[in-house]
Design a protein around this ligand. Sequence first.
Ligand code: CTP
Length: 211
Amino acid sequence: MKILITAGPTREPLDPVRYLSNRSSGKMGYALAAAAAARGHSVTLVSGPVALPPPKDVQVVRVVTAVDMLAAVKLHLATCDALIMAAAVADWRPVRVAKRKMKKGSEQRMLLELKRTPDILKTIAPLKGKKLFIGFAAETHNVRAEAKRKLREKRLDLIVANDVTAPGAGFEVETNRVTIFDAHSEEQLPLMPKREVAEHILDRLEAKCEA
Ligand code: CTP
C-alpha cells in the first residue's frame, strides 16, 4: 500500500521568536512510519517540527504550521491508499503574526486573539473515495464518546483513542495505552511500546484494506 502518515505537532507563529504549539513528540507517528516501511509499504511522512531521526525507507516532508500540513497532505493524498493522521494539529493560530519581535514594554497583561486553523481531516473528507482514513483522539475526559464523535464527524474508518492523562500513555513517552474504534467495534489494548501499538494499527488497516 501507499500510506501517508502525519506526525508531531504544528507550530503557529506569533512573531519571529515565538509560537503556539503542543506537547506532541511525534513518536507515535514516527513509529507508524517505521513499522509500515518495514512491512514493505511505500510511506510518506508529513512531519511537524520534532527531534526524531527520519525513519528508514520513508519519504519525509517537513512542515511547520497547520496550513502547511494541510497543503502537504493535499499534495500527497491523490497517490495514497491510506492516510493515518497521527499529528497533533494546533486548533488555533494567532490572528496577527508580528513581523518584528513583540516587545512587552510596561504592559502587565496582554490579550492574544486567535482564529481556527483548518481541520485537515474535515477539509479533505470530500476527496476520500475508497481510501482508508485513520485518525487519533487525544483526550483527557469522555474518551469513548469523543472518539466515537470524531470517527463519525471526520468520516474515519478507524480511530485510535487514548487518555493522555493515564500513566504511560500520551505525550513524550515510549509507551501508549489505546482503544481502537471502528463504526461497529472497540478494541482496548494494554499498555505497550508505541512500536507495538503501531503494529496493531497496521494489522487493522491491512485487514480493512483486504475486506
Ligand atoms: N485533526 C485534523 N485537523 C485539525 C485538528 C485535528 O485533521 N485541525 C485530526 C488529528 O490529526 C486527529 C483527529 O483530527 O487525527 C482528532 O484530533 P484531536 O486533536 O483529538 O481533535 P479535534 O478535532 O482537535 O477536536 P477537539 O478540539 O474537540 O478535541
